[in-house]
Each structure stands twice: as C-alpha cells, then as structure tokens.
Design a binder for this molecule. Structure first.
Ligand code: ASP
Ligand code: MG
Length: 421
C-alpha cells in the first residue's frame, strides 16, 4: 500500500492536472494506492477571503470572489474534459457543492453559527470540489477508482484552527470504510486537509494540512511508504528562491526534517512527520512535474553530514523583558504562563536582568500573558520579526551584518532575530 499526496500547486490548472496520468503510471502502479488531493491552486485562500467577507456581512464582496472561484473551476473542467462530460460535471458540481456553498456563505453572513466552525464549513469545499474534478478526469482517462469523503474517516476534537485528531475513532473509520474499498479497487481517491468533529461537523486540519492527512492515512493503513508529490519537488538546504546556493537534500532523518520544518522550512506541514515516524514509514518528496527525477527521502536514518541548512520563521512577535530592580522571576514561570495562553516560543534568551522571546501567538494572547508579569519588570512587545536559523553551521558562516537584534550560537545551530521589512 502506498499513499500519495498531490498538493494544490500541482493541480493549479488543467494542464497540471493532466500530469496526474504520468505520475500515476510511474509510481507503484501495481500496488494498492490512496491518492490524497488538495484544493486547486490558491482556492483555500480565496475561500478564506469569502468567509472573512461574509463574516463582516459584506455579502457583495463574498459573492464576487465566489463567482470568480466558480468560473475558474468551470474553465478547468472545460479544458480537461470533452464537451458533454464537462457540462455534466459542471451541473453536478453546481448542485452538490457550489449551491450549498453559497447557502453556507449566506448563513455565515447572518452569523447563525460560531464563526470558526462556519469558516471551516466553507473551507472544506475546495478539497471536495477538486477531488471530484480529479475523479472525473481519471475516469475519463479509463482509470478505475473509488472516491471517499475524508470527513467520514478523520475525526478530530474540533478545536479551531488546528484540531487534534482522535486516533482511535479515525482508525475505526479507516478499517470499516476505507480498507474494504481496496478489495475492489486498486486506486482510492480522497481529500487532504478536511475532517470532521465529534458532532460530524466539517473541520480543517490547519493550513497546508494535506501532507498531514496523507501521513495520518499512511499510518492508519500501515502503508509501505508515502509520496508527497510537490511543485518544488524536493527539500533544499535553503529556500532556492532566496539563495542561489541552495543544495538539494537527498536523504535526511525524520528528526532532521522535523527540525527544519519547525524552524520554518515551508515544504512540509510540521505535523506530518510524527504519524510516519511512529510506524517507520518512509516519506519520499518528489517533483510532480518531473516524476522520474530524484527527490528527497525522509526516513529513520540519521544523515551526516548535511550541508548547513538555512530556514526562516516569519511573523513572530518579539517580547523583551527587563527587570528594574533585579526583582526575581523564574523563566519557568514565564514560559508556563505563555503555555497557558497558547503562546509558542521559538527563541528564548535569558539573563538575570533581561529575557527575550520570539513567539508565535496572537497579540491578544500576548496582552493576556503580560498581565501575569509581576511589577518591577518592563515588557516590550514588537512585531513582526523573523527567526533565522542555520542548522549544522560550518566555519564559512559570518555574523549577519547589522540585521540581528539577538544572536545565539549553539554547537549545532545558530539563531538570530531580525525585523521584517
Ligand atoms: N488547501 C489547503 C491549504 O491551502 C490544504 C493544503 O493545501 O495542504 O491550506
Ligand atoms: Mg492548498
């Protein structure tokens, strides 16, 4: 069994969707396969804009984005399928998805539900519609497959915006509903990113969450391996758009990859690696548009030496604290209060009189946390800042000139904080 994930960037237009055929022909053609797809291109961003407009009761704005999004999908279907099939699919999508979606948008503008669950109720349409288009296209190409709604499989606690998956319930659904499909079909198609809560309402797994979905399915199906087909195709030692010297990485361990994503490498959703590692399932990141080319293998093996790896984590909040009369405060207490507010520190530097943190949080959470700091400490909050990291630095590294507000050198890594701009 293989699980394959194809992201939204790989499905951005009709021509890109056609690439599914060589990809499917090439990779583990003889084995049972689960194909997990994302929403087409930037659909999720647009659905989010629609939800935000509806949330402000700006139905006019919501409607114009909705219509644009629908017509982009119609155009893709018309380019992808012969006339008769295309018109049939367009009618089907209208009835089953676009009309109910419009009703949800209207309901959100009247705030008939909690805003978080109502937003997720809109976001799930991106993956549902893209998977229907992929299904129709593959069938038209003579490929037999089953389609299943991932919301029937993955159950979560419904916490917004990144719910926790309830493993036992999800596993039971996979065993009862997904596994039996493989008795009849060698290829099953489902969606990434979407799931349900315990009340069977639609939720999403957090932005860019399809990798995570595919990893969950790999775990629950005991897959032999997972392939994440990507636009970018492999992991690099730095963002190749920013650094011309970025080197492709052939192989790295789960924890090396986890560290890279933790410190901001955009290639994988940070939660992807845990379900894979738990069952020692290798993850291959491979170039979708060049499927015979080499990608990156992420597995148990610790790979040494890796080249220096540069990452950036953006949009963090810098919190600086200074004690006026050397009043005592333990770093542990400060961190515990942050945890209570859901504030995630990515960088910590502390002395007797000063402490600094770069955190991912909302400003509201930081304001609530601030009230827990005793008198005698001055707290300054500035944003946005970027945390720069170099893992496995070599001697070639010289201090970033001028841009670093804080700098930390540890045996196996270098961090610095800089203002964004
Ligand atoms: N479509 C979702 C997003 O853009 C999930 C994904 O692409 O992984 O966030
Ligand atoms: Mg996407």
């Amino acid at each position: 069994m293989w699980v394959m994930k194809v992201g939204g960037g790989c499905l951005r237009n009709a021509e890109a969707i056609r690439q599914l055929i060589p990809v499917l022909r090439l990779a583990y053609h003889e084995a049972p396969r689960l194909l997990v797809v994302s929403a087409i291109g930037k659909t999720t961003n647009k659905l989010l804009q629609i939800a935000e407009a509806a949330g402000r009761a700006d139905l006019g704005q919501a409607q114009s984005i909705y219509e644009l999004l629908r017509s982009e999908h119609v155009q893709i279907v018309e380019e992808l399928l012969p006339e008769g099939l295309a018109q049939q699919l367009i009618r089907y999508l209208d009835e089953k998805y676009w009309k109910p979606l419009w009703q949800r948008i209207q309901a959100l503008s009247q705030l008939s539900e909690e805003i978080s669950i109502a937003t997720d109720g809109i976001l799930v349409y991106g993956e549902l519609i893209s998977s229907e288009i992929v299904r129709a296209y593959l069938e038209a190409q003579g490929i037999t497959l089953a389609w299943i709604d991932a919301r029937r499989l993955i159950v979560t606690d419904g916490y917004y915006p990144e719910p926790s998956v309830i493993f036992s319930a999800s596993q039971a659904n996979v065993d009862a509903q997904l596994m039996p499909l493989f008795r009849t079909y060698k290829l099953v198609l489902t969606q990434g990113y979407i799931a349900s809560d315990l009340r069977r309402r639609s939720v999403t797994l957090g932005r860019e969450g399809s990798d995570y979905s595919a990893a969950l399915f790999s775990n629950m199906l005991n897959a032999q391996g997972m392939i994440a087909w990507k636009d970018v195709g492999r992991l690099y030692s730095a963002d190749p758009n920013l650094y011309s010297g970025a080197q492709p990485l052939k192989e790295l361990s789960y924890s090396q990859a986890a560290e890279m994503t933790y410190y901001g490498a955009q290639i994988l959703h940070p939660r992807t690696l845990k379900p894979l590692r738990e069952k020692r399932i290798p993850l291959y990141v491979r170039p979708y548009f060049d499927p015979t080319a080499e990608g990156t293998l992420i597995a148990e093996k610790w790979v040494e030496p890796l080249p220096p790896i540069r990452t950036q984590r953006r949009e963090l909040i810098l919190i600086e604290m200074e004690s006026i009369y050397l009043s005592r405060l333990s770093m542990g207490d400060v961190l515990r209060e942050m945890e209570n507010e859901g504030i995630e520190p990515y960088f910590i530097q502390g002395g007797v009189r000063t402490m600094a943190f770069a955190v991912k949080a909302s400003l509201e959470a930081v304001e609530r946390w601030r009230t827990t700091i005793p008198e005698g400490w001055i707290v300054q909050v500035r944003q946005p800042v970027t945390l720069h990291t170099i893992l496995y630095p070599d001697d070639s590294f010289s201090l970033p000139n001028g841009e670093a507000i804080y700098y930390q050198r540890l045996p196996d890594r270098i961090h610095w904080i800089a203002y964004e701009g």
